[in-house]
Design a protein around this ligand. Structure first.
Ligand SMILES: Nc1nc2c(ncn2[C@@H]2O[C@H](COP(=O)(O)OP(=O)(O)O)[C@@H](O)[C@H]2O)c(=O)[nH]1
Ligand SMILES: [Mg+2]
Length: 206
């Protein structure tokens, strides 16, 4: 699959600004600093379409990108970068500001094709577990990606990943894909999972 174009569309700070229309969307969610911006750049083969932050927790908006690819099921879609959660240094008022925005976006978004949830491959936090449980409760089954696997020694990789699997309480049908934005490890699997989600939607409609 080739990425033809990937461009920034808009940054939304309130629900009225979310895109209207029926372009299908793939949303990315995860704790601040988990490696979300890096993963999006890596998926799109762009060096710095999305800013990799030195100041974790800075992105408070819902950022929308328009992507076109050679895959017929994904010829055009919105890639949606949701604000990172759980950064301690952010003031409470800011946190109460962006939590609802994420919720407003995810609850009842008809055009949502898939949610990719990122966790650090070295540790899953309580908030990761809570977010996952919440996503399931609103009937979104996220594709879970374990980031920064290049930081694991190959000898500890299998054990650490199965710990993450257990810590998150992943059940049958929920897959955990190891990813590294440094090596590109996992990139094909993530794209395949997104394409499968798009393809299954097409079959449903036939
Ligand atoms: N070693 C390694 N570092 C990463 C990887 N992905 C992100 N990082 C680093 O983790 C930090 C946070 O990354 P960023 O993409 O901004 O995370 P975000 O806050 O979730 O968007 C940066 O210093 C990145 O260079 C990865 O796959 N491997
Ligand atoms: Mg970021």
């Amino acid at each position: 699959m080739k990425i033809f174009t990937a461009e920034f569309i808009k940054s939304c700070v309130s629900p009225e600004q979310f895109p209207s229309g029926n372009v299908r969307e793939v949303a990315f969610v995860g704790r601040s600093n988990v490696g979300k911006s890096s993963l999006i750049n890596s998926l799109l083969n762009r060096r710095d379409l999305v800013k990799v932050s030195r100041t974790p927790g800075k992105t408070r908006a819902v950022n929308v990108f328009l992507v076109s690819t050679s895959d017929p099921d994904l010829s055009q879609f919105h890639l949606v970068d949701l604000p990172g959660y759980g950064f301690a240094k952010v003031s409470k008022s800011v946190r109460t500001q962006w939590g609802p925005l994420m919720e407003d976006y995810l609850v009842g978004r008809a055009s949502l094709l898939a949610v990719v949830m990122l966790v650090d491959s070295r540790v899953a936090t309580d908030q990761d577990r809570q977010t996952l449980a919440w996503l399931r409760s609103i009937r979104l089954n996220p594709l879970v990606v374990a980031t920064k696997v290049d930081k694991l020694k190959s000898s500890e990789r299998v054990r650490t990943l199965s710990q993450i699997h257990r810590a998150l309480g992943l059940v049958e049908g929920e897959i955990l894909i190891p990813y590294s934005s440094v090596t590109g490890d996992g990139r094909d699997r993530v794209w395949k999972a997104i394409r499968d989600a798009a393809g299954s939607l097409r079959t449903d409609r036939v």
